[in-house]
Ligand binder design. Sequence first.
Ligand code: NDP
Length: 448
Amino acid sequence: MSISQAIEKIEARYAHQPEFIQAVKEVAITIAPLYDSHPEYDAFKVFERLVEPDRVMGFRINWENDKGVVQVNRGWRVQFSNALGPYKGGIRFHPTVNQSVLKFLGFEQIFKNALTGLPMGGAKGGSDFDPKGKSDNEIRRFCYAFMRELHPYINKDTDVPAGDIGVSGREISYMFAMYKNLTREYGGVLTGKGVGFGGSLMRTEATGYGAVYFLENMLTAQNERIDGKRVLVSGAGNVSLHAAEKAHMLGGVVVTVSDSQGTLYDGAGLNQEKINWLKAQKAKSQPLADYVAVYGGEWFAGQKPWHIKGDIAIPSATQNEVNEEDAKLMVENGIKYVVEGANMPLTADAIDHIRLHRVHYAPGKAANAGGVAVSGLEMSQNSVRQYKTFEEIDARLKVIMKNIHDGAAEASEKYHQTDKGYIDYMTGANIVGFKRVADALVAYGILN
Ligand code: NDP
């Protein structure tokens, strides 16, 4: 079965899962030249196998709110592929979570994890639980209840979840506690644990810092530097604020962050004090807009950052946050580099538009792989029960991001034939990630 036939099958079978189809198509269109030059992939039906998860577990989560009223949520774990290592991928708590979203994230995760060069398969999980407005006690009860349902499916050697939107250190600690309680096992079953009880230094910063390290490599490839460049960041969560922090540390002028309520613009650029203030404000779930009264700048209620002039965009909030209209604004406003901190923040039309205008574009599976890479390092530290310093992890992260960059650039040179001189990171990253997984599947025969 050819790739296009496999896509038709997926479109018919999963018409109700648009995000998943979008993610599959994005990979499919770029890997064709590799696939065609490897007849064994077709013989072993590698693509057709990879677009179907190994398994999807769904479960109900009953918990009680502060008023003693029983609440019912849904949860899932999508174990996509363990061809290269234990299933690995985050847990998301957000009202928009459904099977389509988790399957797109799990599918992406297979190739992202492969790109890190570390032994990790791909998975994703989560719940439609909305943490907004919940008390700490409610969050704790929900996390306990979620892990009560999830724990039979995970283990340090089979499936190792981490955080994602709505799940950070606090939630991981609660879930880890419940896992330990149920299994009596103190192991590396979750990553993103607190430093001091199994967590790795730098895990919190890793995704955002890694995205900026990837950006540095892209700039170097064009003989440019980040100093003085205006950077637009969207989102104000873990990835966004750490991307903003590292961009500032390296001399970039970060002029925006945003959230679901609007965009904050500070033409003078964020500094460490302002970033610390933003971190504290978001940790308390307080409005971003309050910043203006403290530090000045402007609040654009209900707007995204892309109407603002800049050189570099780092969309780091959520999937499909940048549509074609936004992409046009980016091009008009001078953006030359788009680095995806979030997973699939650009729609397919938006990607086409910026690529057409030769904007340098780093897809999430390459640019935001730093988070899962340090999760992989957390797993190995847990296994040997020894911990590395911040500097050691940081140095390792830089090397991993450079390797991902260089591998994608090399594959682009080899396989991207239409526009020589333009580094097609999307094609390059998909090819490198896909090839690693496909070669393993062929070696395994028809199991897996
Ligand atoms: P957080 O929950 O820490 O932050 C998410 C941010 O995005 C918040 O500012 C939130 O605003 C905003 N946001 C979420 N949904 C929407 C929406 N529908 N519209 C507008 N804004 C929205 O999540 P993370 O920073 O961890 O994750 C952000 C992205 O990065 C996701 O795509 C995630 O999958 C990806 N990612 C995360 C990794 C990690 O290590 N954490 C690793 C690799 C990728 P508000 O507070 O108002 O809801």
